[in-house]
Design a protein. Structure first.
Length: 232
């Protein structure tokens, strides 16, 4: 396995790319341990870089891609709360002087918000910090204003898709490591929408499974090999 070395990046893919260049090996062959997942921070405050410990394996195991296991069900319909979330966010954006259109829809017990319009570029500045701030604010308000809503997800064309791609890439990297080592790995605590994305991604690996554990809104997902029954 070799001696572990630590590498950093703004996120996991960047840290892996840094390790790949430094060690002179293909990224998919790296055996890594997640030391610190890092975080983007809010308005630039509290941001931390992702950190991994890496040793280059002797060989890489290729993993086939297929489907079939059901994803975890994630709650009941958010109902009319979506329209209340929409009206509240419109008032906030008006007070901020932003020319944006708000569209909401219920997804299970969550509310998904899509922002479009002339000031969309403002939302994308500094890695979408304003989108994250609005989402944070609405979720804090939801605890009292909309108790039936488990999570509010705010998205903007060109931003949330990229964040989802980052999560999918992280899950695939972890899944490849689990496939190579045979050892389960836990991911950070996630909301229902993120957990569903994890479960769907793990379904790409026919020899792996995923399960959620924990209490409350945020739960951890474990990626593990599929248990094989003994032969006759």
């Amino acid at each position: 396995m070799g001696i572990e070395r630590e590498f950093e990046g703004r996120d996991l893919p960047e840290a892996l790319e840094s390790a790949s260049r430094a060690l002179g090996v293909a990224r998919e062959t790296l055996e890594f341990r997640l030391v610190d997942e890092g975080r983007r921070g809010l308005f630039g405050l509290g941001a931390k870089r992702a950190r991994i410990a890496v040793a280059a394996p002797e060989t890489a195991v290729s993993v086939a891609v297929e489907s079939p296991r059901p994803a975890e069900p994630e709650g009941d319909d958010a109902g009319p709360a979506a329209s209340s979330v929409e009206e509240t966010l419109r008032q906030i954006l008006d007070l901020m002087g932003l020319d944006l259109e708000v569209r909401t829809e219920g997804e299970g017990d969550a509310v998904r918000v899509l922002l479009t319009g002339a000031d969309r570029r403002v939302l994308l500045q500094k890695d979408g910090e304003l989108v994250n701030a609005l989402q944070f604010l609405l979720n804090r308000m939801a605890r009292r204003a909309w108790p039936d809503v488990a999570h509010v997800l705010v998205s903007c064309e060109g931003f949330r898709d990229r964040r989802e791609e980052d999560l999918v890439e992280l899950v695939r990297e972890v899944a490849r490591q689990v496939a190579r080592t045979g050892h389960p790995k836990k991911l950070h605590s996630m909301n229902p929408y993120e957990r569903r994305l994890v479960h769907l991604t793990v379904r790409e690996f026919p020899d792996l499974t995923s399960r959620s554990a924990g209490e409350g809104f945020l739960k951890q997902v474990t990626v593990a090999p599929v248990a094989r029954g003994g032969g006759a």
